[in-house]
Design a protein around this ligand. Structure first.
Ligand code: BLA
Length: 248
């Protein structure tokens, strides 16, 4: 379902000189015990980014997922790229979330970094259905301009690929602009906010149950803490190591 979008995302990364890093045993590709689900992961080393991860899950008609988070380097306070696309084939249900995930909700920050996404959202009103979030707090690491769609595939199948293409290009544009302009939030603070993002997301992520059911609880725990949100563990020491940095 999301293969062309995955390819497009990866092509964009490759065009920017991204290098795919080697992942630990059992994380790169993992097949479920029953053989009915394969998850593939990529970790990219891309200039300007501290970490960029991509996950593709294929459980056939049950579920298809494309998930990605890009963490800019600490000297850049731009939002994180957040992609979560799910297709439940049996239920014929699409969940699509595309956002530039803000580090803070301050209106000036939103204005500075989110105007491109706002324009994009206005072009694709069919992808921003007015659904309430059940597990996450919409005011924490989500922007007011996010594209969030839950529903049947028909409404979205035509516009999703177009919107995805524009969304990824818009993020690259924001990135090019952000690295040319000085950040307002200090590097130390950006680091703390990225750590807090991992801690918060690891607690709220509704995916743990899915991973447990296909791959077992042990693998799901490891995947969440080792690959999806590595800052969610051992953050005490990382907080302490940065205590003296007051500015960039
Ligand atoms: C929702 N994401 C979901 C749901 C699942 C996942 C199972 C619930 C679907 C439903 O409500 O029917 C699945 N999340 C995953 C998977 C991974 C994952 C398989 O991280 C594996 C890597 N989630 C993100 C990112 C964003 C995000 C980066 O990981 C931001 C764009 C958003 N996912 C997001 C939101 C919801 C969601 C807003 C709706 C949850 C809610 O209603 O509160």
């Amino acid at each position: 379902m999301f293969d062309p979008l995955l390819e497009e995302l990866h092509n964009g990364i490759l065009q920017r000189g991204g290098q795919s890093l080697i992942l630990p045993e059992g994380i790169g590709t993992c097949m479920s015990l029953k053989g009915n689900c394969v998850v593939r992961n990529w970790l990219w080393d891309v200039s300007g980014f501290r970490r960029w991860r991509v996950t593709h899950l294929d459980a056939g008609n049950q579920l298809q997922v494309l998930n990605s988070v890009a963490y800019p380097e600490y000297n850049n306070d731009q939002p994180l790229l957040g992609i979560d696309l799910l297709w439940f084939g049996v239920a014929k249900k699409l969940v699509a979330v595309l956002d530039f995930q803000p580090l803070v909700q301050d209106p000036a920050y939103i204005e500075r970094h989110l105007s491109g996404l706002k324009k994009l959202r206005d072009r694709f009103p069919e992808l921003s259905s007015d659904v309430e979030m059940r597990s996450y707090d919409p005011n924490k690491y989500f922007s007011p301009c996010l594209l969030f769609f839950k529903g049947g595939v028909n409404e979205a199948v035509q516009s999703l690929p177009l919107a995805f293409n524009s969304f990824v290009s818009c993020y690259w544009e924001l990135h090019d602009l952000a690295i040319r302009n000085p950040s307002i939030i200090s590097s130390a603070e950006v680091k703390d906010l990225q750590i807090a993002y991992d801690i918060y997301s690891a607690k709220k992520d509704p995916a743990h149950g899915i991973f447990s059911s296909y791959f077992g609880k042990e693998w799901a725990d490891r995947f969440l803490t080792e690959f999806l949100f590595p800052f969610s563990i051992a953050n005490d020491t990382s907080n302490m190591s940065d205590e003296c940095s007051g500015g960039v």
